[in-house]
Ligand binder design. Structure first.
Ligand code: FAD
Length: 292
């Protein structure tokens, strides 16, 4: 099912359960670790995900992405959205893969720039920004294309307005949905949606939710991206720094409240950064579904 069909009710009424999607990444240990991922995804299947998106390692380090795409589709019968990145990816390579996934019956891709790797000798420069990749995929296939959005602005952008202008380029090139960077303060998302809509962008903006599981994870994310950690959350993170079970519990509670408020706001989708684990995401969904 294509993105436009999945999110056809963009102006969904508040308090209606939105479409659920899960993001996973190819396990670092390669094929040996695929069964563990399948087990987690089988646990998440009961939430009837509209799609499961699979990341693409920047710099050509795609760690069996294509093998996994096939397997998620054919063995797990999931609606897979494959990610593609510009960085170090040649036109030939992208064309080969998008044609392959289209021939498998996959309908959606997420087009990204990716981040520059430090340790790659040969790096193709065929695409500089994600909008160029959107244009290329559009010219070669009938795939529906999603792109990334940053409620707090992309880390390299001089300001949020410039970043939204650049988001508009991706939409004008044919993107059909925006999946956001994670955020911990819903006000960032609400104000982003308002600004993006003022720019004339009408496509769905699906909020990205990442359940907190450790301080290390939050510190890593906030070093790579502009993500505000609210003071009250920061205090709890410190409190539970050395108590993994309490930290997980806090992460579930926090994200459950975030999701409930987003549902009240009327989002048409919720995209979970699962970190390849079902535990936190399934607890959040149980909490949220019990009140919707
Ligand atoms: P772009 O849209 O190209 O933007 C990058 C920067 O350039 C921004 O500052 C933007 O304002 C600016 N810009 C954009 N277009 C132009 C232009 N035409 N002229 C001048 N400036 C411009 N990374 C991976 O490696 N693999 C993944 O699978 C992956 N999945 C992701 C999924 C989601 C939902 C999100 C939010 C991010 C994901 N990322 C992934 C991370 C992403 O690759 C990085 O955030 C990257 O730094 C930016 O990618 P982008 O597609 O947003 O880039």
């Amino acid at each position: 099912m294509k993105l436009s069909e999945i999110y056809e009710d963009r102006a969904i009424a508040s308090n209606v359960m939105p479409k659920i999607s899960f993001e996973v990444f190819p396990p670092k240990g390669g094929e040996d670790e695929f069964p563990a991922l399948y087990q987690e995804l089988n646990l998440l299947k009961k939430y009837n995900p509209a799609l499961v998106s699979l990341t693409w390692g920047a710099g050509g380090k795609n760690n069996n992405s294509m093998e996994l795409v096939k397997s998620l589709l054919l063995d797990l019968n999931l609606n897979v959205m494959a990610h593609f990145t510009c960085i170090c990816n040649s036109k030939e390579n992208v064309e080969k893969h998008i044609k392959e996934i289209e021939s498998l019956g996959i309908e959606n891709v997420l087009a990204l720039r990716g981040d520059e790797p430090q340790d790659i000798d040969v790096c193709h420069k065929d695409f500089r920004y994600a909008n160029e990749l959107v244009t290329f995929i559009k010219s070669k296939t009938d795939l529906s294309i999603a792109v990334a959005g940053y409620p707090e602005g992309h880390i390299e952008a001089p300001d949020l307005k410039t970043d939204i202008d650049n988001l508009k380029r991706k939409v004008d090139c044919g993107a059909e949905a925006i999946y956001t960077q994670l955020f911990f303060d819903n006000d960032m998302y609400y104000s982003y949606v308002e600004k993006v809509r003022k720019q004339g962008i009408e496509i769905p903006i699906i909020p990205g939710i990442m359940p907190v599981i450790s301080c290390k994870q939050v510190e890593r994310m906030t070093s790579m991206a502009k993500v505000l950690v609210p003071v009250k959350m920061r205090e709890k993170l410190e409190k539970f720094r050395d108590c993994p079970e309490d930290m997980k519990k806090f992460g579930i509670e926090y994200a459950s409240i975030q999701c409930s408020k987003l549902i009240d706001f009327g989002v048409c989708g919720l995209h979970f950064y699962t970190l390849n684990k079902a535990y936190s995401t399934s607890h959040i969904l149980d909490n949220v579904m019990s009140v919707v």
